[in-house]
Design a protein around this ligand. Structure first.
Ligand SMILES: *Cc1c(COP(=O)(O)O)cnc(C)c1O
Length: 381
């Protein structure tokens, strides 16, 4: 008997872990196991009902015509670029302040990632974007980081003026809105991830591509399944990158709780903003209370800034609070990647200062209070 809930390790190392995926499972254990049982007992394993149902639900929720389940968020970006016809000799503009998968997807197309700086909200700075456009530029990947959308109105305007394809990296933004529209509904295509660290998470890897373009939708369906239109009709070479039916079943269960997950994250963000606003040495993200803003953030991460980030992280660790620094060093300074002599001053400053605090629906109010108290008792100044 190793799998009963009582026997799971009951001595967490952290008073407030950065995330607790075990709890995310425990809280809906029976419903999740019932759905898994249902899929496995009937051997509905590859591209079956649950995948289609999840695609339909996601498309309706996000306000797009098509949603296609794929193996992971990285392939979602790659397939979207491929379907858009991005290839060798093309330049695609994106940011260095992102997960490496964004750049790798461009590289996998044989295209060149061009990196531009970010603004105070950690997302692409539209002014920098315009300056980076060359005759080779074919596309833009805005990254909706931490559950906040990029400023899509100016980005789409620039894209239109220069006839560029926009593929949204919405891996961290399932449910986030800008001017009343959902992340993933602005560009030619949007790419989502269901990785366990994301807002809508499966028990392993999973991803989704969204689009309003039927040609792109068809291409993604071909790419994810060996280029096969049906069991025998081969259209082109493709890949094996389908969303598992088992993962889709898990996601369908969690989809019903999504409004609660998002509201709970926004509630915790509200508590952090209220409880930390007196600490003038740190910079907080905009509060969900903010009025007259085009943004509706879903706080995939709650990221604060402080110049002595590592000292603060060590203090929090001693108080039992686990934090993360997303990301250090910034990608354009990673020795393994081919970005020498690029300067991105905001990205570099921000990468030194960012600290992600725990934020997830299963976190208790007293854990939120503990994080706030731990920050309050740091020897500021
Ligand atoms: C998680 C993530 C990805 C990759 O998603 P996977 O499902 O892990 O492949 C891409 N971009 C960003 C910004 C992410 O956070």
């Amino acid at each position: 008997m190793t799998d009963s809930p009582q026997n799971l390790s009951s001595t967490p190392k952290w008073q407030v872990p950065y995330i607790d995926m075990r709890l995310a499972f425990q809280q809906h254990r029976h419903a999740l196991l019932a759905r898994m049982e249902d899929v496995c007992a009937d051997a509905r394993l590859i591209l079956r009902d649950e995948v289609e149902e999840l695609e339909k639900k996601s498309a309706d929720f996000l306000g797009v015509d098509h949603a296609i389940g794929v193996g992971n968020g990285s392939d979602a970006i790659y397939f979207a670029l491929q379907a858009a016809g991005i290839g060798p000799a093309d330049e695609v503009i994106t940011v260095a302040h992102t997960f490496v998968a964004t750049l790798a997807a461009i590289h996998r197309c044989g295209a060149t990632p061009i990196l531009v700086d970010i603004d105070q909200n950690f997302t692409m700075d539209p002014n920098q974007l315009e300056k980076a456009i060359t005759p080779q530029t074919r596309g833009i990947i805005p990254v909706h980081l931490n559950g906040r959308c990029c400023p899509m109105t100016p980005i789409l305007k620039i894209a239109q003026q220069h006839n560029l394809v926009v593929i949204e990296d919405a891996a961290q933004a399932f449910g986030a809105c800008y001017e009343g529209r959902h992340a993933g509904s602005f560009g030619l295509a949007g790419a989502f991830s269901f990785h366990p660290m994301k807002v809508l998470a499966c028990c392993g890897d999973g991803g989704l591509v969204t689009t309003n373009d039927p040609h792109i939708a068809r291409q993604i369906r071909l790419l994810r399944n060996h280029g096969l239109e049906n069991k025998t009709h081969l259209i082109q070479y493709g890949y094996n990158s389908r969303l598992d039916t088992l993962q889709a079943a898990i996601l369908l269960e969690r989809f019903d709780h999504l409004p609660f997950f998002l509201e709970r994250r926004r509630h915790i963000a509200r508590c952090y903003c209220a409880g930390l606003q007196n600490i003038t040495a740190i910079r907080l993200p905009p509060s969900p209370e903010e009025k007259n803003t085009p943004y509706w953030d879903i706080f995939n991460s709650y990221v604060i800034r402080y110049p002595e980030r590592d000292r603060l992280a060590n203090h929090l660790r001693r108080q039992g609070v686990e934090t993360m620094a997303h990301w250090w060093p910034p990608l354009h300074q990673q020795a393994a990647l081919p970005f020498k002599n690029i300067q991105l001053p905001q990205t570099e400053r921000i990468a030194k200062e960012v600290l992600s605090l725990p934020i997830y629906p299963e976190m208790t109010d007293s854990q939120v209070d503990h994080v706030i108290a731990a920050l309050q008792n740091f020897p500021w100044s």
